[in-house]
Write a protein that binds this ligand. Structure first.
Ligand SMILES: C[S@@+](CC[C@H](N)C(=O)[O-])C[C@H]1O[C@@H](n2cnc3c(N)ncnc32)[C@H](O)[C@@H]1O
Length: 295
């Protein structure tokens, strides 16, 4: 693993607070809800409680609330993420069944005190803790028997261009430089990786700005800072993740999405140890089904 401690942490929460203040809209909340329910293959979260590990902006907790989740508990390491999520809870009318607080996925005692949940959600978080496999071990412990675990992690199998190591260096650099230089780095990213250093790609980029919010409700510029700044970070092998959760903790993989920076996994705790789902085969099966689906 790359040395995670020689560079300051990225201030995720400041980025999320800006997102909530400047970019939040009911449209984005609807997109987040759609993404969540589609991956779960459900029409609602009725009958499920929701533990949001590393809630960030709080948009996905809000989506779970709007999808009918019973009890909600959102926590994040960064106090500014807690503030952003609290602001979204306020917008939802301060529901009594939704708790927002500061907490650390690496604190095993804290996680144990939260008890068992029939739905644990951790999207794009545990690879940013500085000790990803320990964080996964801690958090899986909060999933009740028969419960669901929705996990998204930066994939070691994704095609990061120019290379995975390149992005580690970019992230370290980002967290060492001034806020002005960070903004310039974000522009550099857009110029090099979105516009491909060709001004004629501007219309395509504008299209991306519009379409992006309908995917998971996020914002391109907020996500650019999150991506180039998000440190500490690690990559997880898709099969490695599934082998750990199925082999050691009695989960079964029920849905998966790969091929993006973050692979998404939906696990169910069956209590049976040693299931050996082949991720590539499951992805091929799912995409086969998709291509056969009626228009
Ligand atoms: C990329 S954001 C993802 C936020 C949200 N889950 C989403 O999908 O939009 C990662 C979040 O993880 C939080 N985080 C990092 N380390 C953590 C830890 N040890 N415990 C809890 N949250 C943590 C960060 O503060 C940040 O808000």
């Amino acid at each position: 693993m790359t040395n995670q401690s020689d560079t300051p942490r990225f201030e995720f929460g400041k980025n999320w607070s800006r997102f909530v203040k400047r970019r939040f809209s009911p449209e984005r909340a609807a997109a987040a809800k759609k993404h969540l329910l589609e991956f779960m293959k459900r029409d609602s979260l009725e009958g499920l409680d929701f533990l949001d590990v590393g809630c960030g902006s709080g948009l996905h907790s809000l989506a779970a609330y709007g999808s009918g989740a019973g009890r909600l508990h959102s926590f994040d390491y960064d106090p500014n993420s807690v503030a952003a999520t609290t602001a979204l809870r306020e917008k939802a009318g301060r529901p009594q069944n939704w708790v927002v607080e500061q907490g650390d996925a690496l604190d095993a005692d804290y996680i144990a005190k939260l008890g068992k949940w029939n739905f644990v959600y951790s999207w794009g978080v545990l690879h940013h803790t500085g000790s990803m496999w320990q964080a996964i071990r801690n958090v899986q412990g909060a999933v009740a028997d028969g419960g669901l675990f929705y996990l998204a992690l930066y994939s070691a199998d994704a095609d990061f261009q120019p290379s995975k190591e390149f992005w580690i260096e970019v992230k370290k650099e980002y967290n060492r430089v001034s806020p002005t230089t960070r903004r310039l780095m974000a522009l550099w990213y857009v110029w090099r990786f979105d516009l491909l250093q060709d001004i004629r790609n501007v219309p395509k980029f504008i299209r991306k700005l519009i379409d992006y919010k309908f995917q998971r409700g996020m914002s391109v510029f907020v996500d650019v800072h999150d991506w180039i700044g998000g440190w500490p970070m690690e990559y997880a092998g898709d099969q490695e993740t599934v082998d750990l959760l199925e082999g050691e903790y009695g989960f079964e993989l029920v849905n998966v999405s790969t091929g993006h920076a973050c692979s998404e996994f939906l696990f169910k705790r069956t209590g049976v140890l040693g299931k050996k789902t082949n991720v590539k085969e499951m992805v091929a099966q799912i995409s086969g089904k998709t291509s056969n689906a009626p228009d």
